[in-house]
Ligand binder design. Structure first.
Ligand code: NAP
Length: 323
């Protein structure tokens, strides 16, 4: 009999890739989707006949209990959250409701309705905030510096506590930034690859950015979701850093993206201090030794491959919309 998986955050970047992966692996996939007055299924339209969409919301305990009781999933992947750091400063309480308390509601629902389900929690490198060591490992202290990071730290420790107290199978993946053509345009990687394509096609003529020297550990989203699945295939739950293990600057990213469209980035890019992130984390880079050694995961896509495939995607998409 095929395994059953429930994904929260199905309509997001990671949820859509994870659903594709699980379908290929023969799972029956249930996706939790909250009500919206307009359709937000763009990332999963191509899967609509293969997934069972179930209505629920991380804000609503009874909907989570109903969904878990009815679908009886073997694996539950919690990818839903308010995931945009700047918004967490303007909506800190709502961010905590989704990203922190939502996980408490989910864990309680699992404990009551399907205690043998394996649970994956999407933790974030933002829990490290301003870390006191670099690269960070699974033992690095959490020092979150924004409401999103604080909420993710709460969710992480609640998952660990339910593992210890109730013996639930809970594993947390501490993911660093990961990107893809399905990434929201507000995130800097996609903003840059999208702008390079727009400028190439004559649809824009400038790109304003913040600190070009800021460095990030960027990974490809398909590689990250593969790690999530692999984590839940282990006999014992555990927490792992999911990252590329290397950093690149925003300037390197800009150069690479504009090279892909044969343009000189200096002709189009300007620095606007308004885009500087006030809480810029220092040297956030993950050490992936533990996940490599324990379960044999490592990224399959390089930084350059990721930039190229995202620029190509936007060139094709924008060309079609121009025609
Ligand atoms: P995303 O694209 O922003 O997707 C977030 C998902 O959460 C969406 O499907 C959204 O649904 C759903 N959601 C939000 N509030 C909800 C609620 N109250 N009830 C039910 N669903 C709700 O995020 P992502 O990039 O796929 O990231 C997946 C997870 O990894 C998130 O938890 C994120 O915080 C974490 N993470 C991501 C990165 C990264 O670089 N991508 C790095 C570290 C950690 P709607 O479509 O209805 O809004």
């Amino acid at each position: 009999m095929s395994k059953k998986a429930l994904i929260t955050g199905l309509t997001g970047q990671d949820g859509s890739y994870l659903a594709e992966l699980l379908l290929v692996k023969g799972y029956q996939v249930f996706g939790l989707v909250r009500r919206s007055s307009t359709s937000n299924l763009e990332r999963i339209t191509h899967l609509s006949g293969d997934i069972q969409i179930v209505a629920g919301d991380l804000l609503d305990q009874s909907s989570l209990m109903d969904v878990i009781a009815e679908s009886q999933p073997d694996e539950i992947y919690n990818l839903a959250s308010q995931s945009y750091v700047p918004l967490s400063w303007t909506q800190p309480a709502l961010t905590a409701e989704y990203t922190a308390l939502g996980v408490s509601r989910l864990l309680e629902s699992i404990r009551r309705c399907k205690p043998d389900a394996k649970f994956y929690q999407a933790s974030s490198s933002e829990v490290f905030g301003q870390p006191d060591e670099s690269p960070q490992t699974e033992r690095t202290a959490f020092r979150p510096r924004n409401p999103y990071g604080v909420a993710k730290a709460y969710a992480h420790w609640m998952s660990v506590n339910y593992r210890q107290k109730y013996k639930l199978y809970t594993s947390c993946g501490i993911t660093y930034t990961h990107e893809s053509p399905r990434r929201g345009i507000e995130f800097v990687f996609r903003k840059i690859t999208h702008a390079a394509a727009q400028i190439k096609l004559g649809l824009a003529n400038e790109l304003k950015l913040g600190n070009l020297e800021a460095r990030r550990d960027w990974c490809y989203a398909k590689d990250a979701v593969y790690a999530m699945w692999l984590m839940l295939q282990q006999d014992q739950p555990n927490d792992y850093i999911i990252a590329s293990g290397e950093t690149h600057s925003v300037k390197e990213l800009v150069e690479c993206a504009f090279n892909c469209v044969s343009l000189n980035w200096q002709d189009y890019v300007s620095v606007d201090p308004a885009f500087y992130r006030p809480d810029e984390p220092v040297q956030l880079v993950g050490c992936i030794d533990k996940i490599k050694t324990d379960i044999g995961w490592q990224p399959q896509h390089s930084f350059e491959q990721m930039v190229e495939l995202m620029v190509d995607y936007d060139l094709k998409k924008l060309s079609n919309s121009v025609i």
